[in-house]
Design a protein around this ligand. Sequence first.
Ligand code: F6P
Length: 340
Amino acid sequence: MKIGILNGGGDCAGLNAVTRAVVRKSEQLGYEVVGIRHGWAGLLKPDTTTLRWEDVSHMISVGGTMLHTTRTNPFSHANGPETVLANVKKLGLDAVIAVGGEDTLSVAARLADRGLKVVGVPKTIDNDIVGTDVTFGFDSAVNVTVEAIDRIQTTGESHDRIMVVEVMGRHAGWIAAYSGIASGANLVLVPEEPVDLDKVSTFLRNRHQSGATASVVVVGEGCSITGSPPGDATKLDEFGHPRLGGIGDLLAREIERRVGIETRAVVLGHVVRGGPPSAGDRLLATRLGVAAVEAVKNGEYGVMVCLQKNTLSKVPLVDILGKMKNLDKETLAELKDFQI
Ligand code: F6P
């Protein structure tokens, strides 16, 4: 049995831990593992490397991905799907493990429909994949964000400023919400809810008039004050997503103008995506890697391994096609309780 493994989409902490677990479990079963480099691009134009235990044994704590990643979508290339399937055959791969977010897993679902023997593994710092309780990468990102906000808070207090902290999360506000609650931020704005600038400035004005000297506002990059999130709409990836960024600056300028208190913006962005995985993410990534190889062993293809009620499980890849797990009503309601 020869298994290929690839990582697609934005990187996150824990990707190398999955690769390590896949190699370990495969070697125990007498299988061979081939690393496919640069995501689906590595199957459009074969770019692979053999993976053995000595290549990965030390990788559980290393951030990023040793396989490299891209946002390549074979379905946006002429004859892309056919080329991928032909190259899988040429490389002698019996199965492919695709580790990615909704875009990468959607490609996996569509290729499964065309006969690819594929198992999906969910990953993303955004935590927005349906069918799984949580994605690895998210916990690490939240931990780094909270540490950063703790630091931003003290400098904000020293200077009597309002500090706006922009965090990633293209469509979903999980990072903003969890790090906002965990850091005791004063206001959290998420893409799931429209930003009401009047409410934001009234809240901050009242807070400062009642004695507060500093405030922290966390804002998800997918939030908008003009109708669509700021970014560079000319820079679309192969899945049609624009490059986002800039809401922190816009919001800080608007708050300063309306509230009359010096306001600074900090963009955390990629800082929270890089670096070593948290202990929780190392465990989750390892469990999912082992589960993916077990699915291959059992001939269960066209599925995504996942965590449901802290138990390893599987869902059909087609069930996640085109879906997104947004922040739920309960967490949003909890957030409001903590906005003080
Ligand atoms: O992987 C998800 C994500 O981190 C989003 O939160 C963010 O919008 C996007 O990736 C940024 O990707 P890139 O690094 O390719 O600009």
